[in-house]
Design a protein around this ligand. Structure first.
Ligand code: SF4
Length: 267
């Protein structure tokens, strides 16, 4: 089911209400990646590109049992690393990246994960998104990482019209004080995984349904599917007019996936 994004941003007061509801719905939200130190989180985040956190959590115990720190991983045989992380997908590229990252950590930072963005992004295999997750989760710094869930949910809520991850980061953080940025990242991810799913958002059980500018769009899109047409004919659902209560629901041609710059190292 193709679901266009709203083409107008919500007002500051609607955005504030959306975040209030999300904070209430996901209290104490945090990363689902398992780690016991900054090095493990950094490697886990690199492995999580195009992969679920659950799959990464199944993989990293074996990896860290054999290569517990940057020193050990920097000297690893890449084929052995590929074998261990194979189930995470893109394993050749990821094995190359994590070994190179470990080597950079040893050579430039005495094996310690740095706590500033410039140093993190200078590591092989570390882009803005990975650096933001490490900065916000481990070092509790004001940073807002944009992944595919954050990109989609932020658009559906009318928090951004941005075409790139940097656009979304700028727009969403513009609605929030810096101390909320790292929490908002997790609220949007958890909401995207649990309710506002990519193909089938569950607007019927969503705590944001009263103010979300996408609700009418979702219902319009569903009504056009074969199942939706059957339900409309049977009177089980009503195809609402496109306009939502937030007056921001006209579909646009905003891309469904974030555009990444060629320089981006996050995949
Ligand atoms: S109302 Fe629907 S589109 Fe809006 S946030 Fe909730 S699930 Fe997503």
């Amino acid at each position: 089911m193709q679901i266009p994004f709203p083409k107008k941003k919500v007002t500051r007061s609607i955005a504030a209400k959306e975040f209030e509801i999300l904070e209430h719905a996901y209290p104490g939200a945090q990363t689902e990646l398992q780690y016991s130190n900054p090095f493990e989180l950094l490697i886990a985040v690199i492995l999580s590109a195009q992969c679920t956190d659950a799959r990464v959590n199944m993989t990293t115990p074996a990896l860290f049992a054999k290569y517990p720190g940057a020193e050990e991983l920097s000297k690893a045989d890449r084929l052995d690393v590929e074998r261990i992380i194979k189930s995470c997908g893109f394993y050749r590229m990821k094995a190359k990246n994590i070994v190179a990252t470990a080597r950079d950590l040893v050579e430039k930072h005495a094996g310690i994960v740095p706590d500033d963005r410039v140093a993190l992004e200078s590591l092989a295999g570390v882009g803005r998104k990975t650096a933001s997750v490490v900065l916000s989760v481990v070092f509790e710094k004001a940073a807002f990482a944009v992944d595919t869930h954050v990109f989609r949910v932020a658009h559906r809520l009318g928090l951004t019209l941005g075409k790139s991850e940097r656009d979304v980061e700028r727009d969403v953080t513009g609605f929030l004080p810096p101390e909320k940025w790292r929490h908002a990242h997790h609220w949007l991810i958890l909401h995207g995984r649990a309710i506002c799913k990519a193909p089938t958002p569950r607007c019927d059980i969503c705590p944001l349904q009263g103010i979300c500018p996408s609700r009418g769009i979702v219902e319009q899109a569903f009504a056009k599917t074969a199942k939706g047409r059957r339900q409309v004919r049977a009177g089980e659902v009503v195809a609402r007019p496109r306009q939502s209560s937030a007056k921001a629901s006209t579909p646009s041609s905003v891309p469904r996936s974030p555009r990444r710059s060629k320089a981006s190292k996050d995949s």
